[in-house]
Design a protein around this ligand. Structure first.
Ligand code: NAP
Length: 253
């Protein structure tokens, strides 16, 4: 549904809201911004102190639940929504489903493919943060789940290397070291990190994507187990690439 001509009103671009906070959302915003048929507004939750901003118009902060989002869509004359949020951001995704149904506008869910185990991987697959905390028996843990959810490990007795962009909210595990870093991370970096800190086990969300996969390659190389937290199921149909999302927006039929 790129822009449309109508008698009287002239040319009207399609206004797309991209729910963001991911590299895919930024890539999509850049592609839409460069397309004269679309006007794009990206939305960020405002969790990261110094976020990498998408190209084009950006708004920051929650909408105020489903009702707030539905009102915002109407007030801003949004024609379509792309939910390109992180696979673990389940609340905003559910809100997007309800609000777009209420406004009778299309919703496209853009979600990168999950990580898949490869030969040599020693994954312990779990479906929640609590189950990941329970699954830990080894002493030195590399906790690489971002800043959200770290408190689920607060009661664990192990030592944790916690890597995140911004400091996680307390409570944190009693014994830990915080490593504030922004990805992407390459294999030599991850290999060195595991060796330097004497890591026994890696904990990861199954976020998918190429930018953070090197930690899994490094764990496989070192023969280390990975506690893999599987993602919550996505609501409704999804596309996995920016190109597919663009194609859907251009031809929703
Ligand atoms: P969530 O639990 O699904 O959402 C909680 C609330 O935060 C939502 O109800 C909404 O508030 C607000 N919100 C979330 N994403 C928003 C967005 N893009 N624009 C405006 N408001 C948003 O989300 P989360 O897991 O806290 O993640 C927050 C953001 O961080 C997401 O945008 C996501 O893409 C990004 N992120 C999350 C993770 C993760 O592991 N969860 C990892 C990397 C990046 P209202 O109800 O007030 O509208």
């Amino acid at each position: 549904m790129p822009g449309t001509w109508s008698r009287g009103a002239g040319y009207r671009t399609s206004r797309v809201l991209v729910l963001g906070g991911t590299a895919e959302a930024r890539a999509l915003a850049a592609a839409l911004d460069a397309d004269p048929g679309f006007a794009v507004v990206s939305s960020l939750a405002g969790r990261v102190r110094d976020p990498v901003l998408p190209v084009g118009e950006v708004r920051v902060g929650g909408f105020g639940g489903v009702d707030g989002l539905a009102d915002w869509l109407a007030e801003n004359k949004i024609d379509a929504v792309v939910d390109a949020t992180h696979p673990f951001a389940a609340q905003i995704s559910a809100n997007a489903v309800t609000a777009t149904q209420r406004r009778k506008i299309p919703l496209i869910t853009l979600q990168r493919n999950a990580f898949e185990p490869r030969p040599g991987d020693r994954w312990i697959r779990v479906t929640s943060l609590a189950a990941a905390a329970d699954a830990l028996t080894d002493e030195r843990v590399f906790l690489t789940i971002g800043r959200q959810g770290v408190s689920a490990f607060a009661g664990n007795p192990q030592w944790f290397l916690i890597r995140a962009i911004d400091p996680p909210d307390p409570p944190l595990p009693a014994r830990h070291e915080l490593l504030l870093r922004r990805g992407p991370f390459d294999l030599p970096t991850e290999r060195a990190l595991l060796a330097e800190h004497g890591i026994d086990v890696v904990v990861s969300k199954n976020s998918g994507g190429a930018l953070t996969v090197a930690k899994l390659d490094a764990a496989r190389e070192a023969g280390l187990p990975v506690v893999m937290i599987e993602r919550p199921p996505a609501d409704g149909p999804t596309v996995s690439t920016v190109a597919e999302a663009l194609a859907r927006l251009r031809d929703p039929s």
